[in-house]
Write a new protein. Structure first.
Length: 167
């Protein structure tokens, strides 16, 4: 388990790598997420870039995710105790140019293990956006099981590596 200083350092390294990625540099509309305590902290990254990129956050609606613009002043605790955007300005996933995806684990082929509800797999099925999984190094596995409906990442970024997935 990482202590708080190690978590901050790891997040800084991951987001430095993300910022260097051409997909991030070129994207205007980016779907990110508000992190849970066991995930890389996305809050300072959102604040850093909010005036230069258009960020969107997911909101749980039944079995699906809705995408709303990020506005720090319009967040509330929603499903699964995650801060979610309020409002009714929904945007389709097809508008997103880059989707930054959390996961419990990733493998070197871009496969992702989520929390088991299928929210991201359903969302990503309709997207042509570049998909980047971000995680701590200890969450990177050699191989994960995969099902037909699982949507692989285009990149996986940890604090010490950027994996480009070849298709």
């Amino acid at each position: 388990m990482l202590d708080e200083a190690e978590k901050v350092s790891a997040a800084q390294s991951v987001f430095d790598r993300l910022e260097a990625n051409a997909a991030f540099q070129l994207a205007e509309k980016i779907l990110l997420y508000h992190s849970l305590p066991d995930e890389l902290d996305t809050r300072s990254f959102l604040r850093k870039w909010k005036d230069r990129k258009r960020f969107f956050l997911p909101r749980v609606n039944g079995v699906n995710l809705e995408l709303l613009p990020y506005d720090e002043s319009r967040l509330e605790i929603g499903s699964f105790h995650i801060e979610e955007p309020k409002g009714d300005e929904l945007h389709p996933v097809e508008e997103m140019e880059l989707i930054i995806v959390p996961g419990v684990a990733f493998d070197k082929k871009g496969r992702r293990l989520g929390r088991g509800k299928g929210f991201y797999d359903r969302l990503l099925a309709d997207s042509k956006a570049t998909k980047i999984g971000i995680a701590y190094e200890f969450q990177l596995m050699d191989e994960l099981p995969s099902e037909e409906h699982d949507i692989p990442m285009d990149f996986v970024i940890t604090e010490s590596t950027t994996i480009v997935i070849k298709r």
